[in-house]
Each structure stands twice: as structure tokens, then as C-alpha cells.
Ligand binder design. Sequence first.
Ligand code: GLC
Length: 722
Amino acid sequence: MSKVPALLDLIAQMTLAEKVGQLNFVVGDLFITGPTMKPTTSDKFDDQIRNGEITGLFNVYGADYVHRLQEIAMRESRLGIPLLIGADVIHGFKTVFPIPLAEAASWNLELIERTAQIAAKESTAAGIHFNFAPMCDISRDARWGRVAEGAGEDPYLGGLIAQRRVRGFQGDDLSKPDTMAACVKHWAAYGAPEGGRDYQSVDMSEHLFRSTYLPPYLKALEAGAATVMTAFHDFNGVPCTANEWLLKTLLRKELNFDGVVVSDWGSIAEVSAHGAAENEAGAALKSFQAGTDLDMMSEGYLKYLIPAIKEGKIQESVLDESVYRILKLKNDLGLFDDPFRYGNREREKLELKTKDHLSVARQMAQQSFVLLKNEGSMLPLKKSLKVALIGPLADNAPDMNGTWSFFAEPDDPVTIKEGLEEAGLDVLFAQGCELYHSTTKHFPLAKEIAKQSDVVVMVLGESAVMNGEAASRAELGLPDNQLELFREIKELGKPVIVLLSCGRPLVVPELAEEADALMVIWSPGSEAGHAVGDVLVGDVVPSGKLPMTFPNAVGQIPIHYQMKRTGRPYLGNYDEPASERIYLSKYRDTPNEPLFPFGYGLTYTKFELSDLTLSQTCMEPGDSLEVCVNLTNTGLYDGTEVVQLYISDIKASITPVAKALKAFERVTLPSGESCKVKFKLEEKDFQMLNENRKWIVEPGDFEVFVGANVNEGLTARLEWTL
Ligand code: GLC
């Protein structure tokens, strides 16, 4: 691709120090999102800007704050190169949307793109134009707290969501004042850390990486993401930030990515902590040589690249290439035309937390909730009922914002208590227990209000800091003595509805067994209470579906719907006596099945699928297939079903996964009505990755499965011939 002459001219004027300064990216002084270090004081980075030692700052916002920094860069530095202003706008800025995993549960791609657009609109008004999102890390391990930031376990759903988020952030023109550069993170396969422990090693076959973990990153890159962020961990023995195979062989050469590669917070320096470099100078050299352009927070490039060039370890021409990519990003953002285009006092006044934005947040929250149980149609609640609302998250605004919500106002969210009251319910409230330690001192009041009520609604689960980064957990039950509180309330004999506010699948088999109704509400964001009220009284019918499997036991992890058959599949057809042993792939102490499977979610109405037909049952190369199924709403409420289509390859040269999601449709249908749901499959939907890393269709039998989740639905067979 031809280069921008003006940028090449600028590089020609730059000193070596100014070039290296363009690779140095530092945190501002508003808040930190990395290893505890005192926030840099503004006078320190003011001087660095004047001296051309930093290319931009992150975790800063506010039109006045950002413009002050740009003024220094434009008026007081030798070359007047504008600054990048970055941040983690992960699920909204001032209007906080449900966490990304919750948005994934909506399976509503248009709405996901819309929330990303709004996030871009609000954060660019406040001066941010480089967003460290979307996080595209597939994960099958709920012990890892960062599943909250992703789209769950499935490559297909995760890829479509990543694509929509990039489009939402970047729009069709990066230089527009209300669009921002996206960042594909964390490159790569960060979601598969050993032991589910954050930052821990990832080691997997190239086949597993390319077939399962790579696809969402590819979709984000195909959508034109401007940047990529390296991950903290070592991937197959080499830290991602210094991993030449990941950064050069795969990203630059195979995928032709010519955008900026930014390290994660301090991950360049951490290459030495991994034991992959003798010291921070060596770490900086290895990272730069591997292809990481921008140094977030280690200042390793600032300190060590000039000596490395003078000693001939790095060619200045290679440095110029990185500098060019960074200047090109600034140019694409329109910063050379107008460094003050992002951040505008008027826009800040008019475009943050608007009624329209909050209405979208409410809609997304409603559609993100997943109804897992509704015994005897406990829900929706009749407004005549007296409701005992109990739990540490029931009258709690800050934790509704969820993880990665640094720009949110803690008291902004509508609490669930407020939402139920506004929905017209007669509510008595008691906290019931604490969030961060076990005490029973609140139990008596909780039990008292339960006795006085017709029905109990308990809001249990995780606070916002219990998931997200550096929040791995070895146990996934309810924290502290929340379960004890549930048991004591349940013993009173009243119907109990549990709302699970969490950022990951939790292991809650007793709730699933004993609660009359169970709904996952995740961290629902600014409009938490309104959305909960809407759904609990039936103004909105729940439609969410799990984007990630809920385990029966933490020992099942990693657990997901694509687990292979094995040579000794246990199909749940034989319970072995304790004294005996059956030689099948099963646990002795827990079922193989999850508590709730991928794609699962109930609603207040009832849907039935029938008449699955295929346009043909013998396929040849180049053929496409039309799949048609009848959907009927046999229940009392209008509702939305997410009809899912999976393909199973019965035999292949590489053992096939059990099923693979290949299409889905969100279908809204009035009570009593039916419709045809059609899918069109292409040859690519039947391809598998063979041992030569080629996506091909191998001849043989396939199953097409269409269902309301990965386990319940209709099957048809077809054959591919070559
Ligand atoms: C954090 C995260 C990364 C984030 C960056 C800047 O440690 O790993 O996702 O974008 O630092 O906050």
C-alpha cells in the first residue's frame, strides 16, 4: 500500500529520540488499570510531551483535559505531532451497557453494534479516540475472571460479535469526530490460561488455536480494526509481546495486517519476568524485533531502543516502519488535520447519558437476561404480590456497572430495588448478607420480611471486582455465605426467585434445584433496575441464551459444548456401582453434563420447532444448502426465540468436535403464531481444518441440528460427496 508522503517527510525530520518517543504510550493521572504504581503526575508527562518523549496517554478523558495535552503537543513540542488518547471503553462510557458477556447473551448483533456506536459517540465527545476493545478472547474456563469481557466459548458467535463491535467503534470513517480506533485484543488466545489463572501460560496445538481461538480475532481484523494488542501470557513458550510467530509470521505476513501493534500494560518489560529475556533491555529488544510497535507503560523502548540502534542491534529503517504505522493511525484519525477534533465541551453536555442512550442500555439489559428456571411459571410476577427483595446486590448501584466501568458514575445505575418499585411492585427490602465476608447478622431481618411477603426475590452473585482482570477464582460457587442465606430463606416455604448478578458462569447446582425461578442478569449496567423490573413484571419477555456453558462442578472445567466424543463416549446410559469401574469417559463424582448448556435460555412463552427440511441431502463442492424449520409460539406471551443451527461432522481426518454453531436467527413471534425460519449454508459451513491447516470439506455424513439450545432440537442428515 502506498505510503503518505507527508508522514514520510515528517519522519525524515525526526531525531532518533523523537522517533522512539512516538513508540512510548503512558497512563494519565486519573486512574490506573495495571500493576499498582503511583499514577504519573501531570507535570511529569507535560514535560515528556514537550520533549517528544510520549506519543499519547490513556485512561484520560474530558474535553478540557485532553485539549490541554494536545495544546502542549502542538504548541510546545518541536514537531507538533498530535497525541493519541486511549482508554478501555469496554461496555459503554457514561451510559454503561451490560458487560460484554451479557451482551453476547442477547445474540442481538445489531444491538451490539449499536451499543458500540454509542460508546464511541460518548467517549469521543470526551476526547478519547483509541479504544482498547473489542476483547476477542474465546474462553471455556469460567475460573478466568476476564470471561466477563468477552463473548463466551463459541468461535462463530464470538467472531460475529467482534466484527460488530469493531464496526460500531470505527464506523465507516476513522477520521469522523464520533468514531474511534478499535483494538483487537488480546493477541492471542489469552482466554485459555493454565489453571484458569490470569496471565498464566497458554500452550495449545496450532490446530486448536486456528480452529477455535483465532476465528474471532480474524473477524475483527476483517472488519478493519486499526490496532491489535498483545497479551500478557506466553503462547507456546514465547511471551505474546515478543512472539515473532504470532506477530510477524501470522499477523503481518499471513494476515497482511499493517496497523499498529500495541503491547499490553507493561508487557514488554514483563518479557524478562517470563524468563524470556535477561533483563528489561533485552525484553525491549526482543519485543521490538518480534513486531510490537507501541510500548504501553514499560518505557522500555524509550530507555533501550536508541542504544540498541547505535549498537546495530536494530536497523533505524525498522524503527521508521513502526513510527510510520503510529503516525498513520494518527493521520487516519484525522489528528493531523485537526488535533482538537475529539473532545468537545458542547458534545460532552449534550451527548452523554442521553435518554436515547439509556433506552438502548435498558433494551440491551432486558435482552441479555437468561431465564434458566421458572417452576410453575413463577415469573412474571403479579403486581398484587408483596415482594421481599433480599440480597447484597439488590439495592446496590455501583456493582451494577460491572467490571471495566472506570468512566461510570458509581451511583448512576438504577438499582434493582428502585426498578421493582417503579414497576409497581410492593417491595420490602433487606440486604440479607454482606458481599465480602460471611456474617449472619442481617439474616433475621431478611427472614422477617420474607415471612411478611408472598414471594421472595433474591439478588445474589458477584460484585464488580469479583470478575474481570486479575480476578480468577478456584471455586465458582456463590461468594461467602450467600448460599446459607438462600437456604434459610427457602426453608420459610415461600416461593423464591433468584437473580444471579455475575460476570461469569457460576456453579450453582443447589440454586438450580431449589429456587423456584432462576435468571442470570449479569452486571446489567446503568439501566439495571429498570430492565429487571420490565422483565420481572412481564412487560418484556426474557429471550437471552447462554454464550458460555454453566458447569455442574468446577472440576468439569474446561467444559464447553464442542467437547469431542472420545473413543469411549459416556452417553449417560449406565450408572456404575461405587464398587465397580466402567471404562468410559466420565467422572465418578459428577455428571458429564453441564448445569446449563450453551445456547440455553427459557422464556415466558413456549416455542416449538417442527418440520426440519433440507433443500438437498447430497451435497457436492460449490453447493449451498437451504435449511427450513417451522417455529410456533404455543405459549401465552409474544416472545423471541433464538433459533440455532449447528453442524456435526460424523467422521473426519481430525477428530471432529461434537457440534459447531453455524447460524442463528432471533425470531419474534406473537402468541399462537407460526413462521418458517430459513438458513442458507455454504460449503464453508461444512469445512474442517485438516492436518495441513487447510479448511476443506471432507466427503462423508453430516448432521444438521436446529434447536432452541445446543441440546434440544431437530436433526437431519446429509452427505457430502466430492
Ligand atoms: C490492562 C488490560 C488491557 C487494557 C490495558 C489498559 O491490563 O489487560 O485489556 O486495555 O491494561 O488499561
